[in-house]
Write a protein that binds this ligand. Structure first.
Ligand SMILES: *[C@@H]1O[C@H](CO)[C@@H](O)[C@H](O)[C@H]1NC(C)=O
Ligand SMILES: *[C@@H]1O[C@H](CO)[C@@H](O)[C@H](O)[C@H]1NC(C)=O
Ligand SMILES: *[C@@H]1O[C@H](CO)[C@@H](O)[C@H](O)[C@H]1NC(C)=O
Ligand SMILES: *[C@@H]1O[C@H](CO)[C@@H](O)[C@H](O)[C@H]1NC(C)=O
Ligand SMILES: *[C@@H]1O[C@H](CO)[C@@H](O)[C@H](O)[C@H]1NC(C)=O
Ligand SMILES: *[C@@H]1O[C@H](CO)[C@@H](O)[C@H](O)[C@H]1NC(C)=O
Ligand SMILES: *[C@@H]1O[C@H](CO)[C@@H](O)[C@H](O)[C@H]1NC(C)=O
Length: 357
């Protein structure tokens, strides 16, 4: 009993409370300063390592640990992908990065020709106009689902190259749900790291003539009863070029303005995404323009070829029934240049076989 009381007495010593309080206060202050310092340091390292974290996350989610991933430039992060298709294995090319792209264009602007050129590259799969089928673009969730399939390499078309793809994409006309759903699509492109390739035709009058001729062909089908938007022989081209559409001169200027506006708006809407603008005539005049496209998609350079044949090779004045009206309407306007030949026809027969209108 004695001992217990003794210890109790020792446990409650009457030491100076002032010193004790000072010690506690000092300790609290030191702790506070330390916590502040740690916080500041973390904020600092957080901003510094943000860039590295993205790579780490990408690695974990997207690729097999055994891949040796190249050091990417900062601007490249988010654009090099390692998809894991559900329908096949990428095998020996599983560690090759894949770029996602979409060719955004308008009808009769040479995008079919442009796409066959791209597809002649051994590492490119451009899967055609997937949204020409109305069901696929009925609502935005359907659009996104179909794009997921393309970019995961699970879309099959005659263009699919499967395991050794370095760039995969498709062709999309501005009037195929693209403009209506642009907000969601821009968001998707940015999130997924999709690069946009705008392909436009400078001479919108030629485009208009081509649209009219093509819609005539849809009904008349002079090629043995089948409608062909693109042809592969000079004979077919000659037959299709026989038709001369009549252009409504009253509406002409307004329609050209509308086309120009549509193209400008599209580029503006997608201006925050990674993109380039390519003109059909520029590629036609100078095939090395395609190197810029290959660089844009980070592809090894290859000579690109197409078997398509240009439908209209005669002067524009021979292609329209009421040429005089058209000439009169456009003279003195900013569209006057459309009346003149705006590019040189290729001189060698070999290269003539690779163009179309
Ligand atoms: C990773 O690669 C190895 C060897 O190529 C393969 O056996 C394995 O299935 C791959 N793992 C995944 C998750 O793809
Ligand atoms: C979207 O369209 C698809 C058909 O393409 C349909 O099956 C689906 O139910 C639609 N979803 C919504 C949310 O309307
Ligand atoms: C391109 O394809 C070839 C053959 O399939 C393959 O060997 C090569 O690694 C691919 N290149 C790229 C950059 O993916
Ligand atoms: C139409 O069909 C015939 C017989 O199959 C063929 O010889 C001819 O070349 C075809 N014409 C065109 C323009 O395709
Ligand atoms: C041109 O189009 C307008 C508006 O659709 C129409 O009123 C006019 O008759 C057309 N002109 C010709 C020559 O077809
Ligand atoms: C994109 O276009 C919008 C609308 O014209 C403009 O306000 C914005 O500055 C543009 N952004 C860039 C990055 O060019
Ligand atoms: C063709 O295009 C390339 C690349 O854009 C350019 O360097 C070259 O000067 C052009 N050649 C001609 C003849 O315009």
């Amino acid at each position: 009993m004695e001992a217990t009381t003794d210890t109790l007495v020792i446990k409650a010593p009457k030491k100076s409370p002032l010193i004790l309080r000072m010690v506690v206060l000092l300790f609290a202050m030191v702790c506070g300063v330390y916590i502040c310092l740690v916080c500041l340091k973390q904020i600092n390292t957080h901003t510094k390592t943000k860039f590295l974290n993205i790579i780490a996350i990408n690695h974990q989610n997207q690729i097999n640990q055994s891949c040796q991933v190249p050091d990417l430039e900062k601007s490249e992060i988010g654009y090099a992908h390692y998809p894991k298709p559900q329908t096949f294995k990428r095998d020996e090319c599983a560690c090759n990065p894949v770029r996602y792209f979409a060719i955004l264009s308008m009808q009769r602007s040479g995008s079919g020709w442009f796409e066959t050129l791209l597809n002649s590259h051994i590492n490119v799969s451009s899967n055609g106009e997937i949204f020409s089928v109305r069901d696929r673009r009925l609502n935005v969730s359907s659009i996104l689902k179909n794009m997921d399939k393309v970019y995961n390499l699970d879309w099959f078309s005659s263009a699919s190259k499967n395991e050794c793809n370095a760039a995969v994409g498709f062709k999309w006309m501005l009037n195929q749900g693209l403009m209506e759903n642009r907000e969601e699509i821009v968001k998707y492109f940015k999130k997924k790291g999709v690069s946009a390739i705008f392909l436009f035709r400078r001479n919108l009058l030629r485009r208009m003539i081509s649209v009219l001729a093509n819609s005539y062909d849809k009904d008349a089908k002079p090629l043995n009863g089948t409608h062909k938007s693109h042809v592969h022989s000079p004979l077919e081209a000659e037959i299709l070029a026989k038709y001369k559409p009549k252009i409504n001169a009253t509406l002409l200027i307004r329609e050209l303005e509308q086309d120009e506006e549509a193209a400008g708006k599209a580029v503006e809407y997608f201006n925050t995404t990674r993109h380039i603008v390519v003109y059909y005539e520029d590629v036609l005049n100078n095939r090395t323009k395609l190197n810029e496209v290959q660089d844009f998609l980070r592809l090894p350079h290859r000579e690109l070829k197409s078997r398509q044949v240009k439908i209209h090779t005669t002067p524009l004045s021979n292609q329209v029934e009421n040429w005089e009206d058209v000439e009169k309407t456009l003279k003195g306007t900013s569209y006057e240049t459309f009346l003149h030949a705006d590019y040189q026809l290729p001189s060698s027969p070999q290269s003539a076989l690779t163009n179309f209108t």
